[in-house]
Structures are given as structure tokens and as C-alpha cells.
Design a binder for this molecule. Structure first.
Ligand code: FES
Length: 175
């Protein structure tokens, strides 16, 4: 009986050692678990923070068909005078996006060249002057020819020609 008690007492010591080892192993894992939780939280927050910009960039491309905006069917763009078109351009500024109207001029007389309506001098919108058959910037009286070449006034350069393409019979522009 006494021998049996000593044996069971020895087992208890072994069991206690095993339990102690398990406890130490468990405690050693706690910092890793805490680190994992923190890393997951930071990762989730970073993903949320970065996703809007990526989504906005994707939606800009999708909405504008890769940045190309329609100006209408080529066969409908006719005449001697420039045709004014307003296109909706999605702008991304940091984490915000907005849609702005941009006015451009299609020049059927000049092989459907497309000009920006922004005056190169200080950015006022130019208008088509049907009487003189020139573009006029009313801010400081810069004049440009019917193909956008600088004629007179403070502007030192021509109106900006925009990149265009024809896709499925449609004239498209990048603004
Ligand atoms: S902004 Fe057009 S002439 Fe000055």
C-alpha cells in the first residue's frame, strides 16, 4: 500500500510536469496570438483605407471605357463650324473623386480634330465667334483660328489638341 502511494505520487509529479510544460507552451503562444490579432486588424484597416482609391481608379477606367469619351458618330459630325461638345470627366484627387463637365470643340472641317476649350493663357473657356470664324477668349481677348492656331492676344500658344480615336464609327476623345 505504501509502495503504491509512492508510485502514484511519482506519477502525479510526472503529470504535473507535463501540465506545467503545456501551460508554459500555451503562455508562450499568447504573444504570437496577440501579434496575429493586431496584424489582422492593421491589415484590415489598411485594406479599407487603400481600396477606395483602387476602386475609384478602376471605376474611372470602366466608366470612361479606358479614358475614352464619346463625342458622337463620325457620320453626324459635319459642317464648317466647330461643334461644341460637353463630356463628363471623372477626376480623382487623393481619396475623393468628382465628375466635371469639360467642353471640347470638334472640327469637322479639319479632319475631326478635337480642341480643348481651355485657353492656354490663364485657363478661361474660349468660345466660337461665328462672325469672325475664330475662337475667342473673352478674358483677355486672345484669338485663335478655326483650327486652334494662336492669332493674337496674350496667349503664347495654340489651343490644345486632344487625343482622339474612332471606334465603331464613334469619335472618342481623351480629356
Ligand atoms: S485666359 Fe484667355 S486670354 Fe487670358
Amino acid at each position: 500500500m505504501l509502495f503504491g502511494d509512492a508510485k502514484s505520487s511519482a506519477r502525479s509529479v510526472e503529470e504535473i510536469e507535463v501540465i506545467e510544460k503545456d501551460r508554459r507552451r500555451f503562455l508562450s503562444l499568447i504573444p504570437l496570438a496577440v501579434f496575429g490579432v493586431i496584424a489582422a486588424s492593421v491589415g484590415g484597416a489598411a485594406k479599407k483605407f487603400l481600396e477606395p482609391a483602387a476602386a475609384a481608379a478602376e471605376s474611372t477606367e470602366a466608366a470612361a471605357g479606358g479614358g475614352w469619351l464619346s463625342l458622337g458618330m463620325v457620320k453626324e459630325l459635319t459642317g464648317d463650324d466647330p461643334i461644341e461638345r460637353v463630356v463628363a470627366v471623372e477626376r480623382n484627387a487623393g481619396w475623393t473623386k468628382s465628375i466635371e463637365d469639360a467642353t471640347v470643340f470638334v472640327l469637322p472641317k479639319h479632319d475631326n480634330k478635337v480642341l480643348s476649350s481651355v485657353c492656354p493663357h490663364e485657363g478661361c473657356p474660349v468660345v466660337w465667334d461665328a462672325e469672325t470664324k475664330n475662337f475667342l477668349c473673352p478674358c483677355h481677348d486672345s484669338y485663335f483660328s478655326d483650327c486652334g492656331s494662336k492669332l493674337s492676344g496674350p496667349s503664347t500658344t495654340d489651343l490644345t489638341e486632344l487625343e482622339t480615336r474612332v471606334a465603331d464609327g464613334e469619335l472618342q476623345v481623351k480629356v
